[in-house]
Design a protein around this ligand. Sequence first.
Ligand SMILES: [Zn+2]
Length: 259
Amino acid sequence: MPTKKPTVAKKIPTKKTTVKKVASPAKKASKKDDAGLPLSVVIRRRIEAQKARFHANDNISQFIQPGELEGLVDEVAEKMQAVLESLVIDTQNDHNTKNTSRRVAKMYVQEVFSGRYVEQPTLTKFPNVSRLNELMIIGPITVRSACSHHLCPIMGRIWIGVLPSKESALIGLSKYSRLTEWVMGRPQIQEEAVVELADMLERKIKPIGVAVVMDADHFCMQWRGVKDRDSKMINSVMRGAFLKDSNLRREFLALIDRK
Ligand SMILES: [Zn+2]
């Protein structure tokens, strides 16, 4: 009997070990174990392998490979269709709901929760040459988010105060909006969202002080629950100089127009 030539497939294991060192978490997962699994499970395994957190307000973009978001939309649409069926909605004959499952899936993955799935917007930094110790206020920035308890919309505004130092790297004005949009584009709890934004600004800009004020309408208080149309939630985070210097804090709060 002629001896069989080794197949190409046998080369794969050695190749894999060399690739592993440089591969991103998204690429580390072995393909053969993933066969037949829902994409969400594949992504979840990559996250768990890195012992990373994947709460509703976490960004998991580093675990997602190019092109996979489309697959995630398909999976969410399929499960959303099952929700509509369980709600006893005739999606076959009710033309308004025929494509609702896909519309909702796209809205979640590509729009309102995209802050979970896409990378942080790139921030061009400028050295702080002229604005020494000058209070900067950015806002109001429109906030569109959703509560992680009911996935109900949270609509509001944010003001950011920055007291830069000589060493601070400033970011362009529009970048504050893009960064806010990125953080808020996830199911959130408002108290945690403002803290996360303040942390991020502190890390990026390294200012003497940073302040974030958010006021928002929570639709889970208006559309459902107590149905209180006028209830608003206001949160503020004061860091560094804004915490220590009551004059600076007063100046900031006086200058933002929350009407
Ligand atoms: Zn809620």
